[in-house]
Design a binder for this molecule. Structure first.
Ligand SMILES: C[S@@+](CC[C@H](N)C(=O)[O-])C[C@H]1O[C@@H](n2cnc3c(N)ncnc32)[C@H](O)[C@@H]1O
Length: 397
């Protein structure tokens, strides 16, 4: 019997600070995930659920299958624990196994030795069942992660990281990861029926992710995954893709706008939106964020303005934030969410955020500032939050 036919523990990774959003996504997909911390969330399922996780999750970095967990206080234990796993039910005789290693708070800290020991144990187990492996066939990426005394062996099912949706062909200046953009949107009070604006849209990532959410388009529909090449796995991807296709709301009319001062960034944003099939749902226009306004009284901004060393710094950056803050202060019923690593952002922007959370843009520690707008006039008397009622994530994390 193939390992892939049984019940599986599926381990999904997410950027630090976004685990609870990932957990919410899993619950919305109908699963009962375990705890969400240390950049990962586990849930139980089968190969179809592995496919669904890869295709549907917006904030997941990678989907792995947990193969084995055992104590590994010595290299002998690591070898024996690895060899005890039935690799021959997972990998065909010609499969190529690539092993990566991670270690924290463990006596086994040499990643190279961990990797070599695991690779040797897999090869010897396979040789004892099949004779030697040829390793000319498909690649299987196994990770050995040792935390304290415990080793977890996982198999990658994603291939390229899940932020690679397939629509972003060229990198603009300091683009944000697609998965982080989606997490920021899901952490915000934006809903598909509310006007949305990213006034520093660059290559378009945040508006495109908003359009994918607004049209209920699964982010992984345009790409392939490692699990599709697993010889012993049941062919589940196509039926999940059909499920995803059927869920798309092509009649959705989200009001999504992306602005940028740079025409070449906008050209790239339009190209990316076209590749994502989202052109019809986003309006990109050249606009200076220091003069933003909207014909809608009420809406949500989620944005990634310039920051850090490369794009702008010092006084120029402070002045940009100050002018953006003044323009935003005239949009009374709009809420804004801004990610930046600039420590003086609130002072420059001229307003204290009503919530700040730490998020990482790749390796860079950033703050994600929330400025809730005044409730829409028509709702002011009925509901203290008006249309901008914080989500469960906003209240709970
Ligand atoms: C960090 S990048 C945004 C990256 C974007 N999130 C992406 O994924 O590609 C900041 C953007 O702000 C734009 N920008 C700088 N000053 C601006 C201004 N005054 N008004 C509007 N956009 C501006 C830059 O052209 C750049 O594209």
């Amino acid at each position: 019997m193939s390992f892939f036919e049984g019940g599986l523990t599926i381990r999904v990774s997410a950027a630090s600070g976004t685990e609870a959003v990932l957990k919410r996504e899993l619950i919305d997909l109908g699963y009962s995930p375990g705890g969400a911390n240390l950049g990962r969330v586990d849930f139980n399922g089968d190969m179809r659920d592995v496919a669904r996780a890869n295709i549907f999750l917006r904030t997941a970095g990678r989907v792995r299958i947990l193969l084995a967990e055992f104590p590994a206080r010595t290299f002998d234990e690591l070898y024996e624990g690895t060899r005890a796993f039935p690799w021959e039910e997972l990998i065909p005789r010609d499969g190529a196994v690539a092993v990566s290693a991670k270690s924290a708070k463990s006596k086994l800290f040499s990643l190279r030795d961990i990797q070599k020991t695991v690779k040797k144990a897999v090869a010897e187990r396979m040789a004892s069942r099949f004779g030697n492996m040829s390793e000319r066939g498909e690649r299987y990426d196994v990770e050995a992660s040792i935390v304290g005394d415990l080793c977890s062996l996982t198999l990658d099912t994603s291939g390229a990281g899940l932020h690679k949706r397939g629509y972003r062909v060229k990198l603009g200046e300091a683009p944000i990861r697609e998965t982080l953009a989606a997490a920021m949107l899901l952490l915000s009070v934006w809903r598909a029926d509310r006007p949305f604006l990213d006034p520093f849209c660059g290559s378009g990532t945040i508006p495109i992710e908003a359009a994918l959410i607004g049209t209920r388009t699964a982010p992984g529909l345009g790409r392939g995954f490692a699990f599709e090449r697993f010889s012993f796995a049941p062919p589940v991807a196509e039926s999940v893709r059909r499920e995803a296709e059927e869920l798309i709301d092509r009649s959705a009319k989200p009001r999504i706008r992306g602005g940028d001062i740079d025409e070449s960034a906008l050209a790239l944003a339009r190209e990316h939106a076209a590749r994502a099939g989202m052109s019809g749902y986003i309006h990109f226009q050249r606009q200076d964020a220091r003069e933003i306004s909207s014909r809608f009284a009420h809406g949500v901004i989620v944005t990634n303005p310039p920051y850090g060393e490369r794009l702008m710094r010092g006084r120029e950056l402070s002045e940009l934030y100050a002018s953006f803050g003044r323009a935003f202060s005239r949009m009374e019923e709009w809420s804004a969410y801004v990610i930046t690593s600039c420590p003086s952002f609130e002072r420059d922007f001229g307003r204290r955020a009503d919530r700040v959370r730490v998020l990482y843009n790749s390796e860079l520690e950033c703050r994600f500032y929330r400025f809730l707008g005044a409730p829409p006039a028509r709702l002011r008397e009925k509901d203290a939050y008006g249309g901008d009622k914080p989500s469960d994530e906003e209240k709970g994390i």
